[in-house]
Design a protein around this ligand. Structure first.
Ligand SMILES: [Ca+2]
Length: 401
């Protein structure tokens, strides 16, 4: 009796093994080509897609199977996908090595987003006008030190100032607050706010003129400048002006910093405000360069001053913010322009995408998955709030080819 039982069990196991290791392979071989599967966020390029269409046409598996697999593919390969909603004026996006997404929110909190969402509030943020919690950068040596740098507006003796602080991230909390650079000019408008580490390992800081336009030309005033410091806040020996963090000057309100494949620094900058607006700039930044504000604007030029590589002209407003480099192109976000701009460094052509589709755009970043991430800024009092605002939207860059 016991022997018979063992034989029956062995037979069942043998049939089961045959089915999984052999019959499925036969079925696949005779009835359909191997399916190209895609993880969410991983793109399959057009050629592969075309090839798959041809394959499916030629091989024609059972109709039910086609419908099912195509639906799955559409879901997985969605080129434009909202990945976070109900945010409050997101300003910068970054990623931890673990893949967790970090988003600064201007009212003064940092979001850590993976499958869930954790909100960490940042002490001492004054959310006034354009000021608040803004830029963010991870230390180039983050894996070893877990340092995170934040640019924020605070108050000192009743006045608004901006500063860069450093924290250590540990298990979804921020520890060891350290001030890296303090008392940068602050105001209700023109707070700049972008920070980024250059390929040289220095921290670059875009500071707005804080409404003091003429002082953008003064080297001892840190507003209307792009600054360059060591990551501990000290001044690099090879800065263009001795014992000064100033790297370039004559800026109005720069809000985007990025380096291209040649290691050149680019910056976006807001031009004149108000009813006239316009004259927004994309600048190629040189050490010690004077970018002209408020003496020249738009396409004007003057001895000793550097004109923008491109500018929006008198009647168009981009209100450019976040900027990054991707395959010989610079992409930047437009607030009032409500677009993602694409400047081709080779053809010198400027294109715009998603005009008014998502509203005002502030942060743009290239994710570790090779996708673009954009954040809306429709809750900042100047936009038209849409369902789910503010959002982070993931874009497959293949759509720009
Ligand atoms: Ca300029």
């Amino acid at each position: 009796m016991k022997k018979l039982f063992i034989i029956i069990i062995s037979l069942i196991v043998a049939i089961w093994l045959f089915y999984f290791f052999f019959a499925q392979k036969l079925q696949q071989y005779f009835f359909q080509p191997t399916e190209q599967t895609a993880l969410p966020g991983v793109s399959i390029n057009e050629t592969q897609e075309e090839q798959r269409e041809i394959d499916q046409e030629e091989d024609a598996p059972e109709p039910e199977e086609i419908v099912e697999s195509e639906n799955e593919l559409i879901e997985e390969l969605s080129d434009i996908e909202v990945v976070a909603t109900d945010l409050q004026i997101p300003w910068e996006i970054a990623w931890l090595p673990s893949g967790e997404m970090l988003v600064t929110q201007r009212p003064g909190s940092l979001l850590l987003i993976n499958s869930g969402q954790t909100t960490v509030s940042i002490e001492g943020v004054s959310h006034v006008g354009e000021g608040g919690l803004q830029g963010m950068a991870l230390d180039p040596d983050f894996s070893a030190n877990q340092y995170l740098y934040l640019y924020l507006t605070g108050r000192k003796d009743g006045s608004l100032i901006n500063r860069v602080e450093r924290y250590q991230i540990s298990d979804k909390t921020l520890l060891n607050r350290t001030i890296i650079i303090d008392d940068l000019p602050g105001a209700q408008y023109h707070d700049g706010g972008r920070i980024a580490f250059g390929p040289d390992g220095r921290l670059y800081i875009a500071v707005g003129d804080a409404g003091q336009a003429n002082r953008a030309q003064e080297l001892d005033f840190l507003g209307g400048k792009i600054l360059r410091i060591n990551k501990d806040g000290s001044i690099p020996d090879d800065n263009p002006f001795v014992s000064s963090p100033v790297y370039s000057y004559g800026h109005r309100n720069p809000q985007g910093l990025a380096w291209d494949n040649l290691g050149r620094l680019w910056a976006t900058e807001h031009g004149r405000s108000g009813a006239t607006s316009g004259y927004d700039e994309l600048n190629l930044i040189q050490a010690g360069g004077n970018y002209g504000w408020p003496i020249i604007q738009g396409g004007e030029s003057r001895q000793g001053m550097i004109s923008p590589v491109i500018q929006s002209g008198a009647s168009t407003t981009w209100a450019p913010a976040g900027l990054f480099y991707y395959q010989n192109r610079l992409f930047f976000a437009g607030l009032r322009g409500e677009s993602l701009y694409e400047y081709n460094l080779e053809t010198r052509e400027l294109k715009y995408h998603f005009f008014k589709e998502f509203g005002r755009l502030r942060a743009v970043a290239l994710g570790p998955d090779g996708h673009f991430y954009l954040s809306t800024s429709n809750q900042d009092g100047r936009g038209q709030v849409r369902d789910g605002d503010d959002k982070v939207i993931r874009i497959n860059p293949a759509i720009f080819n």
